[in-house]
Design a protein around this ligand. Sequence first.
Ligand code: IMP
Length: 179
Amino acid sequence: MFSNEDILRRCHELVRELQACFGDEPPCLVQVIQGARPFARLIQGGLAGCLPVHEVRAKSYQGTQSTGEVAITMLDGLDRTVVDGCDVVLLEDIVDTGRTIAALREHFSKLGARSVRVVSMLSKPSRRVVEVEVEHIGFEIPDEFVIGFGMDLDGRYRELLDVVVYDADVERAHTQVNA
Ligand code: IMP
């Protein structure tokens, strides 16, 4: 669906969009692990000053199905003292039903963030269940389950450099050939 080159090019543009949003005070970058890691690394690298990237875990998917429940875990010392009064930038791989980002926006607002801004590499607008603002979107995509560039299917395929549509038939054929 998107080559690694497409992603790199779009990330440069997103960095420029973000730079225009903040003044002297640096934002608090928070990546939603694990899927957003490669994307977050590019955004972080593009921003001047090499800001630290904090981590939050939000789990809502099992296989290719959204469970509807979002479990949030803050990692590595990310807590109210870090967030309070900061402009939080949430870095996400993909917004699908919108539940995860809605839950995270609320979570960080409650922790005292001055503002919360979302940057997502991908968005599937036709799948929204919850209306949620996503200020910066890399690419809008149709209702397909995609893998690669950090995105997984139960922990597999994150390492693919491109973003591709998951196809169960292709995977089965591949498994048989390699068996
Ligand atoms: P939402 O809460 O339904 O918006 O789901 C967001 C999360 O679901 C993302 O952070 C991903 O972890 C996962 N997700 C949604 N769609 C896909 C997909 O097509 N491929 C891989 N993961 C996905």
